[in-house]
Design a protein around this ligand. Structure first.
Ligand SMILES: C[S@@+](CC[C@H](N)C(=O)[O-])C[C@H]1O[C@@H](n2cnc3c(N)ncnc32)[C@H](O)[C@@H]1O
Length: 206
């Protein structure tokens, strides 16, 4: 059997099902019943299981179960209080086997700030998209207001995300017993730089 991998949060299972097809033993966890329905629609089987749950409190039976935990595509920093982000990090550490790897991918606060755009807009398939962004340096929270317009139809959405530097995340991981061994600018081999707006950190559980 291939390594045991947890994809959390897995959303619509776009990574989990590919990993299972490649022979890994995969669990996916997400809070959204709707997205998990989409995920299950891609297929399940003995190597792929989906669980609805909160990443702040994952199943007790998962302690020391996984060889790798994946937290991909801006899936961290959602909570109003930073202590909830710390709970998530502790959960990642709890479910990893000693020597297991956490693969964390999301925004890098240093790079996002270096290229900060308070406003921008673009068009795609006859739809105009616009975003306004505000950043609070004390809380680290980025607020993004998105608007779209296609013909006479329009919509708006606002979301907030706490942004972390690689330094702060490495400290949080180390406090939970996971040591960052590699830091990349995203999914290629390029090393993380001050201006990288995305980062991929590889941390090993002690
Ligand atoms: C940006 S999506 C990324 C999903 C997936 N990693 C991907 O790359 O497709 C973030 C996901 O976090 C999930 N989520 C938000 N809060 C959560 C929580 N407290 N526990 C588990 N999942 C949560 C959402 O339902 C959503 O699927």
């Amino acid at each position: 059997m291939g390594a045991r991998i947890l994809d959390v949060p897995c959303g619509q299972g776009r990574h989990a099902h590919l990993l299972a097809e490649s022979g890994y033993d995969v669990d996916g966890l997400d809070y959204s019943a709707k997205l998990l329905t989409v995920a299950r629609g891609r297929g399940t089987g003995p190597l792929l299981r989906y669980t609805r749950g909160d990443m702040r409190k994952m199943p007790g039976r998962w302690s020391k179960r996984f060889d790798a935990v994946l937290n991909l595509f801006t899936s961290f920093g959602f909570f109003a209080h930073p202590s909830d982000d710390i709970r998530v990090v502790r959960e990642f550490a709890r479910v990893l086997k000693p020597g297991g790897l956490l693969i964390w991918h999301g925004g890098s606060r240093d790079g996002v700030m270096a290229r900060f755009l308070a406003r921008d807009w673009w068009t795609s398939e006859k739809t105009l998209f616009a975003q306004e962004r505000e950043f609070d340096p004390v809380s680290g929270v980025l607020t993004v207001r998105s608007t779209w317009k296609r013909g006479v139809k329009t919509g708006t959405r606002e979301h907030r995300l706490r942004l972390y530097t690689a330094t702060r995340l490495s400290e949080l991981f180390a406090d939970a017993g996971m040591i960052v061994e590699q830091a990349y600018a995203a999914f290629d081999d390029a090393p993380l730089k001050r201006t990288s707006s995305e980062m991929l950190l590889v941390a090993r559980k002690e």
